[in-house]
Design a protein around this ligand. Structure first.
Ligand code: GLC
Ligand code: CA
Length: 549
């Protein structure tokens, strides 16, 4: 079946490609080993050259950095490590001059325990900010109010000795959950949104978007009887429960409808977008966050590609299930890697990472590209003395650490890969292959991952079929292949991907076509589609129609 609800007038976030910058790791300009806003400004020309459309910045707000910026003490300022508001304004202005949009990370579920709101809240039960967070009495006997668990291990409740109650933290105990049932909290957090939209920000990536509304009665979660991972990766203890009551309470949709109205009010001159971090793998439940009238989150982020085995049939089933779950007009999106997941090159290997890049940039829906994936960066093993991530520190050795995918961007072959001066110790180690895997070298190499990523981005930009065209899977192809058609008007492009390292032959009852791009970057030629040969680990974009002259 063809999925062909093409937007009438595609908006920038439907047609464009989002690039995620993890600011600590992008470019350091003041020699402290930590990336900063001036560094991002310095690399805007690189991003324009690469051909992306929007930059999503992981958090840059003032923070004690327990969770590297996801623990915030002031939502309307910039941490001095990264710069200041004036530098941020320059970043927005410089990005906009180049036609690049800026998407801010927005962290509504929790603050830092050092946030003035929480300091007041915990100061006494009578404090006017007491009800800004989720406080509850112990059970008789003193144990926590219910059985909820923190994502990073242990109870989600922390005892506060001064006021004799527990507070809720879905993650680290230094990150207390805000009480979104308090209208004052909602208003304050909506004011935060207004603050950044007024500064010219083009969108928000809503962190832990599903968590803000919990069961108002704080009922226990039921057990997860067969200990099946409640998401795709094991969070150990956290997986012993079904997380029915500690997130995603139905009245969450009302909050997102209101947030959408706020964004819409700002969108008249320049459309703003909300992306929501949603670890939901039941696509019907996930799609609900678009809103029944498409009046909630523009794009609940889709982590399907991160969560499944790398097999052609499984990937096709995922794409088909996502397409089938979407209400008409809902715009899909795909994430291949991010700051919480192993990098694609590590998950599938360097050869298949090229196929994955071609997939990401030719599926129907907005792609999110993680910094460094365009040069084929892989996860870096972190020596014990370098470990930073609280999720690793809370449950050491269980493979939950996220430092390996957050290492500094590799710009060139000089010591520290051009991320920071050679004499400075970067906050995380540099990958040992930086002398070959870096922007400077790969720019000059006709067959590099960077050349491939850029060629794909250019082709996508100039080919409506690839960005906003319909998607139709082609059946009857070998098990290791995923083949689909993207079509816009008369423009038809066939995407053929070989997920194996063996040659595959695909037989298609179609006329001839022309290979516009192969992941091997070594062929552009007219072909017969009745026997299309794909070499091992090869993916192709083929313009369909007899193009021979
Ligand atoms: C989200 C972020 C992750 C962070 C967590 C708590 O999952 O992506 O990096 O640790 O929320 O804010
Ligand atoms: Ca710095």
């Amino acid at each position: 079946m063809a999925h062909d609800v093409q937007p009438q007038q595609p908006l920038w976030w439907q047609q464009g490609v989002i690039y995620q910058v993890y600011p600590r790791s992008f470019k350091d300009t003041n020699a402290d080993g930590i990336g900063d806003l001036t560094g991002i400004i310095a690399k805007l020309d690189y991003l324009t050259w690469l051909g992306v459309d929007a930059i999503w910045l992981s958090p840059i707000y003032p923070s004690p950095m327990i969770d590297f910026g996801y623990d915030i003490t002031d939502y309307t300022d910039i941490d001095p490590l990264f710069g200041d508001l004036a530098t941020f304004d320059t970043l927005v202005a410089q990005a906009h001059q180049r036609g690049l949009k800026i998407i801010m990370d927005y962290v509504p579920n929790h603050t830092s325990d050092q946030h003035p709101w929480f300091i007041q809240s915990r100061s006494s039960r009578a404090n006017p900010r007491r009800d800004w967070y989720v406080w509850a009495d112990p059970k008789p006997g003193g144990s926590p109010p219910n059985n909820w668990l923190a994502s990073w291990g242990g109870s989600a409740w922390e005892w506060d000795i001064t006021t004799g109650q527990y507070y809720l933290h879905s993650y680290h105990k230094a990150m207390p959950d805000l009480n979104w049932r308090n209208p004052a909290v909602k208003e304050a957090m909506f004011d935060v949104v207004r603050f950044w939209l007024d500064r010219g920000v083009d969108g928000l990536r809503i962190d832990s978007a599903q968590r803000i509304m919990k069961d108002p009665q704080l009922r226990d979660n039921p057990p997860n009887p067969d200990l099946r991972g409640t998401t795709y990766k094991s969070f150990t203890d956290y997986d012993t429960q079904l997380h029915l009551n500690d997130k995603g309470h139905p009245d969450i949709h009302e909050v997102y409808r209101e947030l959408r109205q706020l964004l819409d009010a700002y969108s008249i001159l320049s459309p703003r977008v909300a992306l929501g971090e949603m670890h939901i793998y039941d696509w019907k439940v996930w799609a609900r966050y678009y809103g029944l009238q498409l009046d909630e989150i523009h794009m609940p982020l889709n982590f399907g590609l991160v969560s499944i085995p790398w097999k052609a049939r499984t990937v096709q089933q995922l794409v088909d299930a996502v397409e089938a779950a979407l209400l008409p007009g809902a715009w899909p999106n795909y994430v291949l890697s991010n700051h919480d997941e192993p990098r694609i090159a590590t998950r599938v290997g360097p050869e298949q990472a090229r196929v994955a890049m071609l997939l990401l940039l030719t599926l129907r829906g907005t792609p999110t590209l993680y910094y460094g994936d365009e040069i084929g960066m892989h996860d870096v093993e972190i020596p014990p003395e370098y470990i930073q991530d609280p999720s690793e520190k809370s449950q050491p050795g269980k493979g939950l650490g996220r430092d390996p995918e957050r290492t500094p961007m590799q710009w060139d072959g000089t010591p520290n890969a051009g991320f920071c001066p050679p004499t400075v110790k970067p906050w995380l180690p540099i990958a040992d292959d930086y002398k070959q895997t870096n922007v400077a070298i790969e720019r000059e190499d006709r067959h590099s991952m960077l050349t491939l990523a850029r060629a794909l981005l250019q082709l996508r930009r100039t080919t409506p079929a690839l960005s906003v065209g319909s998607y139709t899977p082609i059946e009857g192809v070998p098990d290791d292949c995923f083949v689909y058609m993207r079509q816009f008007g008369k423009q038809r492009h066939l995407i053929a991907l070989n997920f194996s390292s063996n040659e595959q032959q695909v037989h298609l009852p179609k006329p001839g076509g022309r290979v516009l791009l192969s992941t091997h970057l070594d062929r552009e030629e007219s072909i017969e589609l009745n026997t299309l040969r794909l070499r091992g680990d090869e993916g192709c974009i083929i313009e369909v129609g007899d193009t021979r002259t």
